[in-house]
Design a binder for this molecule. Structure first.
Ligand code: IPD
Ligand code: CA
Ligand code: CA
Length: 267
């Protein structure tokens, strides 16, 4: 294990402890840009704990952290942090959320660590070294067709075309034949579910770099394929529609979801 991975895992555990301390008890909650996009004092406390731990170990490193850091994305050492992915679950006492930490050098993600403090599952991937859950190697689903697969998805906080097209895509997927669909409320854990083969595939029409950076590497290292909804590589620079799937299922999924991607005109 590299020293980066060790420090990221320690930071994830520290944040996980804080999150669990507050889970189910009183904490301040407010809204961000839209009524459904919540943030709590726990998101802030968890982020502070992660950043301080990394700073203690690696003074001078840079951060892109959901709540309060926007350093240069091209930094030699950049940490991308979602301190609490699944805030809506957390705030509504639904025990499904995680801490997501990625590390990148000059824009290339080299490490992903995702920790679920409820199940205690720790997902780790370093570039070129495979993906692991609690030390066991994980791999994407061997299913050959979407009809044998459960598909994960998510709804961004906007209620306009992103939501409408997600619902249309889901209807088409059901009509074409999928085993089932799940919306669990934590994109980072959804990506881990693709990596361990629980979901054959996942898509969400709008996610932010802190939602997908660690999870995308974990899926790739588990043998999966990840891209934006137009088939391009993900970048740290902007929001993206995200598709993650086993190589067998990727093309079949793209056929349905790519034409409905709200940003399709960018092509
Ligand atoms: C959200 C979760 C959710 C996804 C949203 C994300 P947050 O992150 O990952 O599953 O559907 O698009 O914004 O706000 O809980 O960190
Ligand atoms: Ca998130
Ligand atoms: Ca978050």
């Amino acid at each position: 294990m590299s020293s980066f991975s060790k420090v990221a895992e320690e930071a994830a555990h520290l944040a996980g402890k804080i999150i669990l301390q507050y889970f189910g008890s009183n904490h301040k909650t407010w809204t961000k840009d839209t009524q459904s996009n919540l943030v709590t004092e726990v998101d802030l406390k968890a982020e502070k704990a992660i950043v301080s731990h990394i700073q203690q170990n690696f003074p001078g490193h840079s951060f892109l952290a959901e709540e309060s850091w926007r350093d240069s994305l091209n930094s030699e050492h950049l940490w991308i942090i979602d301190p609490l992915d699944g805030t809506n679950n957390f705030a509504n006492r639904i025990p499904h959320f995680c801490v997501s930490i990625a590390y990148a050098q000059k824009g290339e993600v080299l490490l992903g660590v995702i920790y679920n403090p409820v199940s205690l599952d720790l997902y780790v991937a370093e570039k070129g070294k495979g993906a692991f859950c609690n030390g066991e190697k994980i791999q994407v689903s061997p299913a050959k067709n979407l009809s044998e697969s459960v598909i994960g998805t998510g709804f961004y906080y906007e209620r306009g075309v992103v939501l409408e097209n997600t619902l249309t895509a889901l209807l088409k997927l059901f009509q074409n034949g999928i085993q089932g669909m799940r919306r669990f409320g934590s994109a980072a854990l959804d990506l881990c579910f693709v990596a361990q083969g629980s979901f054959g595939a996942f898509f969400e029409y709008k996610l932010m770099p802190w939602d997908f950076s660690a999870g995308a590497l974990i899926v790739e290292e588990a043998g999966g394929k990840v891209s934006d909804c137009l088939g391009r590589p993900l970048s740290l620079e902007k929001e993206a529609g995200v598709v993650a799937a086993s190589p067998f299922l990727y093309a079949e999924l793209m056929k349905t979801i790519s034409p409905l991607y709200p940003g399709v005109k960018e092509k």
